[in-house]
Design a protein around this ligand. Sequence first.
Ligand SMILES: [Zn+2]
Length: 711
Amino acid sequence: MKSLILLLVILKCLFATAQYQDKIDFVRGDIAIEPITNEKRIEGTVTYEFKVLQDVDSVFLDAHDMDFSLVRLNDREVAFSNSGNRISISKNFKKGKMHKLKLVYSCTPKQTVYFLGWNVDGINKQKTPLTNTQESPAKQIVANHKQVWTQGQGKYSSHWLPSFDDMQEKVEFDLNIRFDAQYEVIANGELTSDTTNNDGTKTWHFDMQQPMSSYLLAFVIGTYDNQELVSKSGIPIYNYYYPEDSLRVEPTYRYSKRIFDFLEGEIGIPYPWQNYKQIPVHDFLYAGMENTGTTIFSDGYVIDSTAFVDANYINVGAHELAHQWFGNMVTEKNGNHHWLHEGFATYYAYLAEKELFGKDHFFWKLYGTLNQLLEMAEQGKGESLLNPKASSLTFYEKGAWALFMLREQVGDTAFHKGIESYLKKYRFATVTVPDFLSEMEKASGSSLSDFKEDWLVATELPYDEAIKTLKRHSPSLQLNLEMEGDYKKTHYKVDYVHYWNGSPSIHLKKHILEKYEKTIPDDIIQLAFASDTVPIRQMLSNASDVKKYNKLAFESLLTDKSYVTVENALFKLWETYPQDRKNYLDNTADIIGLPSKNVRLLWLTLAMLTPDYNGKNTKMYFDELDSYTDGAYSYTIRQSAFFYLKEAFGLTDLSLKNLIRATDHPVWQFKKFARDLLKELLTDEDYKKRIETVSKELNDEELRYLKSIEY
Ligand SMILES: [Zn+2]
């Protein structure tokens, strides 16, 4: 029985594999949709114009779980078959003819479109005014994130639009979206009109002029303001933000225009789309997604200026922007060529960081990723960049390294020339790795077969060649490697001060503090504390033994402009000096921290664990911590709240319910965390009974996971 089920699953997967219709060319797609939030449903109409390239007897579109109420070919109703994941029309299509296919449909997408905050219990129900001040964190009320947004890549746009699971089909799409006029609607392309309808809705019309693959279609609905910038080349850049986050616009989008101008110049080909939009959304599945002209990213990157040093949007923003050329304008034919997307976006984001933060930053970043790749290689898990199933580390970091080394080999001039001719030749088309290498060979006038073998085909990592190249470029890395050798030779009796003072590199100093923490002399620690560089002092906040350090110096970390430093220092000081706990808590009582509220959650926990600390407020603190498990908060906040509750106090009925609800969260890391924690709690008899009791108050959808496991 089991094997039969397995066989059926395999067959289903085979049939579900994207298929390319090479005899048909879909040219235009005119989309009109209306998201119905209370039912999480999409009502839509799409009209495609397609050209028949060769005689063919049927045409199809990928369409998952859709109902079609009308299908018309060239304005006449036509018979169709709907398999549940594909709609097909059988007819003798003659070479050279153009056709128009109109579909009226309805669907309730299980994935790809995410409706957040529309039907909610708990905190979201209260219509409490939003505050976002640092003054009274206890009174902070969560923003009610009523949003609808999409994630096409890996999830398939054919869950909300009859379209193409195969990336090779590129269509010039226009989008019309009808929705409640109170909200902002954002989608690919240029907003050419937003007309008011007589039922309180508006229809937003977005025009695109160039074709793209369906996985890059996107829309976002929510409450937003935007900052408008214009690139040096005249492209409008719209940076979206929640109205309450106006003070966070500058740190969040710092350098946006500089990065845009830099990448246009560096790549040498104008930005290919009409405009560029960046939209933060709540509980996004990934860090960011490069939908055509319309990057969607996690609102966890919407930060204040103190958080800039801890968790900024620079790298993610530059990476998604680079994809607008590498991935969106030239698109891989299939997964064998994924290097052409992720390796390129990662490499160009590093170049943008080099432009902003300097060479030392760039080479240390490469050194860091090289060490990660080395670790993977040493575990025998090295992967070829041409393996479509390779890990992210391979596609992103080995991919960026491959480009860095390619440029080393061919030189800047040939590299630029090759990139330009590759992008020009394949613009708005699909590509393979050999297509790219052939343009590079032409530009450099040399064979790249050794490069291909060493960096793309091989599963091993050319570490020696890589480290030699870094040493050649970076004096501080050279010094670091000398220090490593010296450390081994002298049995840990290195002249640390010599190396510390040997280079102005912040990265070298951080590295020395991290790697040699156990053997480092006091002189270095004093120099580090005396430094006014936040990242250097942050390394000190990780100290394994605070007692070794000067107490006053360590306490000074509590006022550094970094929420990670403050969180580390608060915990370490509270743990080490019980007599001063009240002081430490008083001094940090108003700090919330990163978007994950890292400092606030720790503070609440420590305040409750400190006997006599504002005893009368303990219940208030506890309720606040407990409330952070609610679905209205971002999953990063919820995860920490669950963690502290479990470690220090135990889960309440409220947090148990919230935990069960979290077991179907769309963000897989959090879903896994919630499922693992629930399973662990179920091994405890008391928790098990309480979980059974609270489940009676939850609906079938919320209990789906709990009912699926045996405990
Ligand atoms: Zn990417």
